[in-house]
Design a protein around this ligand. Structure first.
Ligand SMILES: [Zn+2]
Length: 109
C-alpha cells in the first residue's frame, strides 16, 4: 500500500528530535509543515539571524533570529516513553486513525 503525496505522520505541535545536521539531538515543537516541499519548521532549530528594517511595530529595527525550514527526513517524532526519536505507525480504528509509537506502542494524540 502506498501513501499519497504525504510522507510524514508528523503534525504541527508534535515534539520532534533532530537526527542529523548541526542541530542534531535538539528537540522542539513542530511549528509548520510544508508537505509538498517536504520541509518542516521546528521551534528553536536551524535559527538564522535576519536583519529587520525599522518598522512601526519595531521602531529600532535590528537583528532577529527566526527558524528556517529543514528537511522532514531530518527529524523524528520524540516519544516520551522511549526517550528518543521513533517512527510512528497508524492504527486505523473504527472511526478514527490513531498514531502510535512503532517501538513501544504508546498512542499519540
Ligand atoms: Zn515509544
Amino acid at each position: 500500500m502506498k501513501a499519497n503525496s504525504v510522507k510524514t505522520r508528523l503534525k504541527v505541535n508534535d515534539n520532534v528530535v533532530v537526527i542529523c545536521g548541526a542541530d542534531r539531538g535538539r528537540r522542539g515543537k513542530v511549528l509548520f509543515i510544508d508537505r509538498r516541499k517536504g520541509r518542516i519548521v521546528v521551534e528553536g532549530v536551524n535559527k538564522k539571524k535576519k536583519y529587520m528594517k525599522p518598522s512601526q511595530e519595531n521602531p529600532k529595527g535590528g537583528i532577529i533570529s527566526i527558524e528556517r525550514p529543514i528537511d522532514i527526513s531530518n527529524v523524528m517524532f520524540f516519544c516520551e516513553k522511549c526517550k528518543k526519536g521513533v517512527k510512528l505507525s497508524v492504527n486505523i480504528m473504527e472511526k478514527s486513525k490513531n498514531r502510535v509509537c512503532k517501538k513501544c506502542g504508546k498512542s499519540i494524540a
